[in-house]
Ligand binder design. Sequence first.
Ligand code: HMG
Ligand code: MG
Length: 302
Amino acid sequence: MSMPSKVKIVDVGPRDGLQNEKGAVPAEVKIGLVHRLQDAGLKEIEVTSFVSPKWVPQMADNAEVMAGIQRKPGVRYSVLTPNMKGFEAALPSKPDEIVVFAAASEAFSQRNINCSIAESIERFAPVVAAAKEKGIYVRGAISCAVGCPYEGEVSPERVEMVARLLKDIGVQHIGVADTIGVGTPLKVQRAMEAALRHYAIDDVSGHYHDTYGQALGNTLASLEMGVWQYDTSSAGLGGCPYAKGATGNVATEDVVYMLQGMGIETGIDLDKLIDAGKYISDFLQRKPNSRAATAILNKRAG
Ligand code: HMG
Ligand code: MG
């Protein structure tokens, strides 16, 4: 498989990035981030999640954020929906895409969504059917595809099994997620190969958290397999509330810088992307968690 000439990036910063923030982030700031990301050329943005506000208080303003976005033609807006209740709550917001999220580890499934893997598939099935009936595209995520904070190393066979279960209920695309960023390039390739046993190369994406600084390497290893879709997070924001210590997804800025340098098209304006990351980082009163953004901001200042 040859290196792709184009890559699609889904910025998950407003959702995966901000879900774990302790302090309040007003809806208008989240909307401001989405607007800056779409102005930078992002064609898909994972905006929010329709989960229990008791579990993830930061996403309680889901409907308000979705309603406040001035949608840009050609941009897709996705949201997480773990069950029918979340799906029904999401419908008035008219998402282009919904995400159901399973795990390759039983312990993580229990901690994250309070049910076993098998039960989660049962809950997703009617969500997938209802979404497809309404013409809403369905993406799935496989958390802990290489490692779990509770069970340790996760085998590719587990990923293969969950990919098969998601395929069986009609999920159209799957993201292979290194939730806690423990993966290294060959392990991530093995997990991706397992997913590719049930999904075509055009229907998989990489979702790599950068806890151990491996996410860019894991992205390159996936590019070498021909994988051309990635979830990344503006300014490297984030982490999962049910994966303690895990940091955000690989920074969108770092991935775009790497891809530009490799001559791979993303359609993203790096300078505007840096501005988006700076906007949210300034609000959070911290520096962007991105080496490329830091370097470019230093250069601008100089
Ligand atoms: P549960 O407690 O088992 O649900 O939670 P339940 O059906 O028993 O209902 C209990 C209460 O929750 C009820 O309310 C329901 O109405 C309410 P009460 O009667 O007690 O007032 N409820 C809901 N409220 C709002 N929206 C809903 C909803 N469902 C039930 N959709 C549930 C199950 C899945 C809801 C819960 O465990 C939950 O919300 N978990 C949070 C999961 C989450 O958001 N995790 C982070 C995102 S996943 C992630 O970051 C990983 C990813 O990035 C990939 C990777 O990196 O691995 C995608
Ligand atoms: Mg994640």
